[in-house]
Design a protein around this ligand. Structure first.
Ligand SMILES: Cc1cc2nc3c(=O)[nH]c(=O)nc-3n(C[C@H](O)[C@H](O)[C@H](O)COP(=O)(O)O)c2cc1C
Length: 251
């Protein structure tokens, strides 16, 4: 997948909260998915060990009618949650390109332990969506519910802000803020303490750190697609969220 392929699928992807009238994912499609995972994925931080397992939905607590769940395991170090968000979103967009529906499923847990050394982080549930006129991928992304641009971006939008704002996030919390200073895009994670939607308070930071990785992948895809040259600097997102002096963490 190149930037153009990823970009195209930003418009089509959506969360399948319930899977209905699905087809079986063929062995060939499963092999292609594994091949994509093994050979195409970019990490934000290559020093963090990650393992990705594909297991039947029955082997997890997910009951959304999916066929498989993609389990993400990681070493718990540095900005490992952001790294998983960045990796997982590449898989989400790849799956969409193959007409395989997906759901980032934060509340799910595997029933068995698939790795003794790494920590279970999150899963993506998947099922094959039949092609044809009934195909239930997104027809008009601009109709999906998102924060106003003014709440998540300041400065020139560069034809990017308008698209990147559709990145998925846990409970649609969209915990990001981008400041375009004219020479830099500074990206922040919203960190004011408190409940967001139906997410338990103690989980907000955890999921929102995954969300920022998802957002960074969307942002880079849009920059690449629009042929901007840029250099990326990553900041450690490790300031305690209960430090209320600042509303945002630079990422
Ligand atoms: C990290 C993460 C965790 C999520 N966890 C759940 C979940 O546990 N259950 C669920 O139904 N949807 C979950 N979602 C899906 C979001 O609700 C969905 O992405 C958001 O509402 C935006 O909608 P869209 O993906 O259709 O654009 C999660 C999404 C993300 C990014």
């Amino acid at each position: 997948m190149n930037a153009g392929d990823f970009y195209k699928n930003i418009f089509k992807r959506k969360s399948f909260h319930i899977f209905k009238d699905t087809e079986k994912i063929s062995n060939h499609e499963l092999e292609n998915l594994k091949e994509f995972i093994n050979n195409n994925i970019k990490y934000l931080d290559k020093d963090i060990k990650v393992k990705i397992e594909i297991v039947p939905e029955e082997d997890t607590t997910c009951k959304r009618g999916a066929e498989y769940c993609i389990l993400f395991y990681s070493e718990n170090k540095n900005d490992y949650l952001r790294n998983i968000g960045y990796i997982g979103e590449q898989i989400d967009l790849y799956l969409c390109s193959q007409n395989i529906g997906a759901l980032w499923f934060g509340i799910g847990k595997p029933k068995y332990n698939y790795d003794d050394n790494l920590e279970y982080v999150i899963m993506i549930s998947i099922a094959k969506i039949p092609e044809g006129p009934e195909n239930r991928f997104r027809k008009d992304m601009f109709k999906s519910k998102r924060k106003d641009l003014s709440e998540i971006w300041s400065g020139e939008t560069l034809n990017i802000a308008e698209i990147v704002r559709f990145a998925p996030s846990a409970c649609n919390s969209q915990p990001w803020y981008t400041e375009n200073t004219g020479t830099e895009l500074l990206i922040y994670r919203y960190k004011k303490p408190g409940k967001r939607g139906i997410m338990p308070i103690n989980k907000v930071t955890y999921y929102n750190k995954i969300d920022t990785g998802i957002y960074l992948f969307f942002l880079e895809t849009c920059l690449d697609y629009n042929k901007y040259d840029y250099e990326r600097f990553l900041y450690h997102d490790n300031i305690e969220d209960n430090n209320t002096e600042r509303e945002h963490n630079k990422i």
